[in-house]
Design a protein around this ligand. Sequence first.
Ligand SMILES: [Fe+2]
Ligand SMILES: [Fe+2]
Length: 329
Amino acid sequence: MDDALAGTRVLIAGGEPDAAQALGARLAAGAAQVTVAPDAEAAAQAALAGRPDVIVALGAADRELRELLDPLDLRSGPPLFAAADLDPGVDDEHAAALRLRSLLDRAALERRARDLESALAAQTVGRRRDLESVRIEMLRRLALAAEYRDDNTREHTERVAALAARLAQRLGVSELAITHIRHAAPLHDVGKIAIPDSILLKPGRLSAAEFEVVKTHAEAGARVLAEADSELLEVAENIARSHHERWDGTGYPDGLSGADIPLVGRLVHLADVFDILVHERPYKEAFSVEDAAQEIQGGAGTQFDPEVAEAFADLGPRVWLSAPGVYGG
Ligand SMILES: [Fe+2]
Ligand SMILES: [Fe+2]
């Protein structure tokens, strides 16, 4: 945890000298290499020379820097954050370093996603079917990239997608929607790319501050998939954003309840929870299939959409466990 920013060159720009020093000390506690530029102008010069990995601006320096730098420099140069963005509202001495790590990972992911998007946009317009298969391939690779971050979810994403699709089928959803769910659901945790390894792979219990960071994966995933001109990606965005919402409104990130939660989110939520229950995780043993099924029924109407829970019961153990290359092996 102490090295969330190991080797990261952080430039602190502007602000009162005391405030800049205090922030520098907190980031240095996360093993960052901190330098301080007294004002926006000095910071802009350092940014153009490519020295820092990231700039954190205090007070008015944020606006001044954005005015000084070209939009192009802001796109390709070191990411620039306002110091206020580093306050996750949790009282923890490492919170600012963790938050900066998470912002940096997210910025890198967004940059990659932008590159992928422009690669997609470069495809010839009019070759719609080609484009759709490129999208599916892109989603598959993005899901793979996310899986590599998280040892214990290898194949998890595929199993969740298979079960969510069977639930959708049971509820009489259209063939096209089922296909979308099948291809989009493996991306439900893609936002975990933005979560630091020190938290994602931590063997023990997470602190409240760490859990707050984990929760950001729902919004981070949705942002990566947002605003694409494709129904498939729209479904993927909806799933990424809403797969931790609970029927009774106590989930995250939006606290939606009941039918306000997109159906795809309700389906993936149940499939995700079931799959996690029947598999071992660093923090828990695997449940038996019977115990897991009982847990799901116990949450019908509070955690889960009662109709989705009923569809799950109707499918029965043979279908729950029928996802490719999965259980009992
Ligand atoms: Fe998730
Ligand atoms: Fe999951």
